[in-house]
Design a protein around this ligand. Structure first.
Ligand code: PMP
Length: 384
């Protein structure tokens, strides 16, 4: 139940990748027939990814080594082309891959303004409008939060950005393939897409770049990917990402409904059976596979270790920041104290999970929480 940490490569995706290791091994830039065959595979994958987010044309998709690189290209790419505008607006719950790019740009003279979110993690749209100025070079707000699962008011943010004439970057790593994304309707100018969060191979991602948005490349060389990302394309992985995007799009409605059913049973089961348990994130505007709880008086890590012992893999926060002892920035941004943030448990569902799995957790978690509270110096005596 840690699909936010990683998803397995779907067997159908693996099958789609197979030919591009040894059979179709041409360089997509070569002029001979083997090269053309590889170029066709590359075009197909570009169409598949473009289709998932309703990009106007496949050329708007630039393949990268993953979400982190796509975000680096988007934010640094805009910043490097911005002569007079030196301010970037981000939400208070952005992923570390956005935050650390901004920290880097701060050293280059940019001002980063952080727009607050409410207790559900929804961006404060009025604060966003107030923070905008003639100096704003870019707005970057994620589509959905990877920890608490809250889905942001992206269409409204896109409207605000468009009215102000400011490019809008959106990190859709956590949302892509799970909920419908439409860069046209939502007026997104730059969209970070990840392969390994939608059952595709790791080390591959893409940046959607709207026509007319001018970016400075990070990687210079042979001019692949319209000059925005040089280097011979990783064709097996890109073909895999294309297949993963197509499958996610085709199965989104059915799988979304199934996961929402499992998620809601899990949330109700946990909240009903465990005293002083709370849901983090928005009750409705949340990813179909995300359940994020907090329990008073205990630490998330001890819950995770206890769950692991009974065969359940879970998380207390983002895998990307699990090495720090600091509480999650996202959880403190929605107003939780350090103690509350530390008592969090994130369960994210995926293709392999069944109602049986959910029932197993609902049956076993109350005992685990009770036992941990009995040992906790923070718990009131009566609590155990
Ligand atoms: N953005 C978000 C919201 C994420 O959850 C992650 C991690 N899955 C990333 C960006 C970075 O992805 P990657 O490590 O695959 O580049």
């Amino acid at each position: 139940m840690d699909y936010a940490g990683s998803t397995p490569v779907d067997p159908r995706v693996k099958e789609a990748m197979e030919p591009y290791f040894s059979e179709v091994y041409g360089n997509p830039s070569s002029l001979h027939s083997a090269g053309r065959e590889a170029a066709e595979a590359l075009s197909k994958a570009r169409e598949q990814v473009a289709g998932l987010v309703n990009a106007k044309a496949p050329r708007n998709i630039i393949f990268t080594s993953g979400a982190t690189e796509a975000t680096n290209l988007a934010i640094k790419g805009v910043a490097a082309r911005s002569k007079d505008k030196k301010e970037i607006l981000i939400s208070a719950i952005e992923h570390i891959s956005v935050v650390n790019v901004c920290r880097y740009l701060q050293k280059q003279g940019f001002t980063i303004r952080t727009v607050p979110v409410d207790s559900y993690g929804l961006l404060d749209l009025e604060a966003l409008k107030e923070a905008l100025s003639e100096k704003t070079a870019l707005i970057s707000v994620m589509y959905a939060n990877n920890e608490i699962g809250t889905i942001e008011p992206v269409r409204e943010i896109g409207g605000i950005a468009r009215d102000a004439g400011v490019p809008f970057h959106c990190d859709a790593t956590a949302a892509c393939g799970k909920v419908p994304i439409d860069v046209e309707k939502e007026r997104i100018d730059l969209l970070t897409i990840s392969s390994n969060d939608m059952y595709g191979p790791k080390g591959t991602g893409a940046l959607y770049v709207r026509d007319g948005i001018r970016l400075e490349p990070l990687i210079h060389g042979g001019g692949q990917e319209r000059g925005l990302r040089s280097g011979t394309e990783n064709l097996p992985n890109i073909a895999g990402m294309g297949a993963a995007a197509e499958l996610a799009g085709a199965e989104m409605e059915r799988e979304g409904k199934r996961l929402t059913g499992l998620r809601d049973t899990l949330i109700k089961g946990v909240l009903d059976s465990i005293p002083e348990s709370y849901l983090n994130g928005h009750p409705k505007k949340r990813l179909p596979n995300n359940a994020h709880f907090r329990f008073s008086y205990i630490e998330g890590e001890s819950i995770i270790l206890s769950l692991d012992m009974i065969g359940v893999q879970a998380a207390s926060g983002s895998a990307c920041t699990s090495k720090t002892l600091e509480p999650s920035k996202c959880l403190t941004a929605i107003g939780l104290s350090h103690e509350e943030a530390h008592g969090s448990l994130q369960l994210t569902l995926g293709r392999s999970n069944t109602m049986e799995d959910v029932k197993y957790v609902v049956d076993n978690l109350p005992g685990i929480i009770k036992r941990l509270r009995a040992m906790s110096p923070l718990a009131p005596k009566m609590e155990s």
